[in-house]
Design a protein around this ligand. Structure first.
Ligand code: VGL
Ligand code: ZN
Length: 211
């Protein structure tokens, strides 16, 4: 059993309508993370939730690129970018938290992917690694040592957030049953879980938490 303690923070990554069934970029069973997160959220001394929050015409939208379709990959300024359907447009209903998500214990909401010209999968920095979001400083400032990661999608934003969190010097625990993956291309979800394990992250189920 894992004891939650002072210095722990829960990150809830992108649990938004557009990533749930019926949304613009649905993650299979995306809404399945909601009851799991709701059950554990109050046990954490600090909770940060992120929202993917793109301006219209965002660089990651296939619609921005003539002749390209969602899920194709293009090279943009030296980084490989998967193209997605338009999703999580700032201020639209699709960018809202999934309505059943318990947000009362959320202390900070961090919006990412707000620059029209660069994507940000990670809650810590943009994909081109030029700019941080300020999250690492914020977490340090409030005394965070360990972060537990939950949300969507395991192989995209959860993965990038977990890896960058570790690079930023935090211990990282990925809560496997509190995440769901897009698995595009197929096999990507398994690959992401292996990669996180290989890089020293602990992968835990929420029933192993003492709450
Ligand atoms: C995400 C694809 C595009 C995510 C965000 O939150 O995992 N996936 N933008
Ligand atoms: Zn996005």
């Amino acid at each position: 059993m894992e004891q939650i303690r002072a210095g722990d923070a829960l990150l809830i990554v992108d649990v938004q309508k557009d990533f749930c069934p019926g949304g613009a970029l649905p993650v299979p069973e995306g809404d399945g993370v909601v009851p799991v997160i709701n059950r554990i959220v109050r046990a954490f001394p600090a909770v940060v939730a992120t929202q993917d929050w793109h301006p219209e015409g965002h660089i990651s939208f296939a619609s921005r690129h003539a002749g390209k379709k969602p899920f194709e990959v293009v090279g943009i300024g030296g980084t490989q970018q998967v193209l997605w359907p338009d999703h999580c447009v700032a201020g639209t209903g699709g960018a809202d938290f999934q309505p059943a998500l318990e947000t009362r214990a959320v202390r900070f909401v961090l919006r990412k992917g707000t620059d029209r010209e660069v994507d940000s999968y990670s809650a810590f920095r943009d994909n081109d690694r030029r700019r941080t979001t300020g999250l690492a400083s914020l977490l340090r400032e409030i005394g965070t040592e360990r972060i537990y990661v939950s949300g969507l999608a395991t192989d995209v934003c959860v993965r990038a957030t977990a890896l960058d969190g570790r690079d930023a010097g935090f211990q990282v625990i990925v809560l496997e049953d509190a995440c769901r993956g897009v698995d595009v291309p197929p096999g990507n979800l398994k690959k992401a879980l292996h990669e996180m394990k290989d890089r020293g992250m602990r992968i835990l189920r929420t029933d192993a938490l003492q709450i």
